[in-house]
Design a protein around this ligand. Sequence first.
Ligand SMILES: [Ca+2]
Length: 385
Amino acid sequence: MRTLLHPSALSCLAAVTALCAAAPAQTAEPSQASAAQPPRPAAAKTVPDTSAWPAKPWPPGMVWVPAGEYSMGTDDPNSLQNERPAHRVKLDGFWMDEHDVTNAEFARFVDATQYITIAERPVDWEELKKQVPPGTPKPPDEMLAPGSLAYTPPDAPVDVRDMQNWWTWTTGASWRHPDGPQSDITGKDDLPVTQVAWDDAVAYADWAHKRLPTEAEWEYAARGGAPINTRFWWGDEFRPDGKFMCNSFTGEFPWHNTAEDGFAGLAPVKSFPPNGFGLYDMAGNVWQWTSDIYRADAHALSADEAAHTPGGCCINPRGPATSFNPVRNMPEVLERVVKGGSFLCHVSYCESYRPTARRGTPPDTGTGHTGFRCVMSPPESAGKR
Ligand SMILES: [Ca+2]
């Protein structure tokens, strides 16, 4: 059964983990590079051996991510605890959407299936109350009407420990109206779809004969095939030669957005350079759903597994079987991993446009800065459109 976790009823309990701007105490120190060595570019990539790649034509709009082995996670002290430790992972090759699913693509899915997203459905309190602390009072009926979290930027400095200072439960917010009923997506076909919950993303992927990437696949793809792991996929410097490589929050978070990178909000897909695999926006713009269940200690468990595995490597890991988020402290509440950060990520907070950054989010929770893209494995692609 689909779970429901309604942020309006839970205050910070649920939604805070879905958002980039967590309490500063949990975040990385602002850093441009590991202190032990000068900044490095990640782009020194050798010409790949394509002899084992699948024959073309490939699925439209997808690029091939070749099989390989890499270090997932990081040992960098300037990272969050849930990103550590680094451990070796081996993956088969797969195709990945070259960009996030756009409003236009999601609209084609909805037109074909008449699918109704979670944000467009009323909340079932009987389901919701199973996931909140005992004794939590039922929210007012108007708070159980269809809606979602909309980004409402403050116009003055606020207490950054309280995400409700810039996220507002908004009746009528949905993928069609990302900022509330007064907004729409007219003329925004090329923006990534947002306000989609994990369940919505899975429904789209099923329709497209694709699937969501595992966290290991996503992080490997985000690295772009670079021979060394750097802080960002393009290197250790956030702005190499002064150039912005992704859509993040510039200025003073969350109230003063300079839009120095060209965008105060969402950017159309492919607005920034692709990585070495030809994938766009694998940093910033929107968080992206993965198929993995979230555990804060997932990497520690994987590293332990690797230590006891012949060859010392995890092969095509699918993530943990249970969820654990010490921020929430409700182990019965399932969360899924989101990756990539968003246009709201800032150097003073989580810097979640780093490949190793990760967060847990309830699968029924969409926001105005969370989207997704799909992958496909060769056997699954046979005979598919
Ligand atoms: Ca920006």
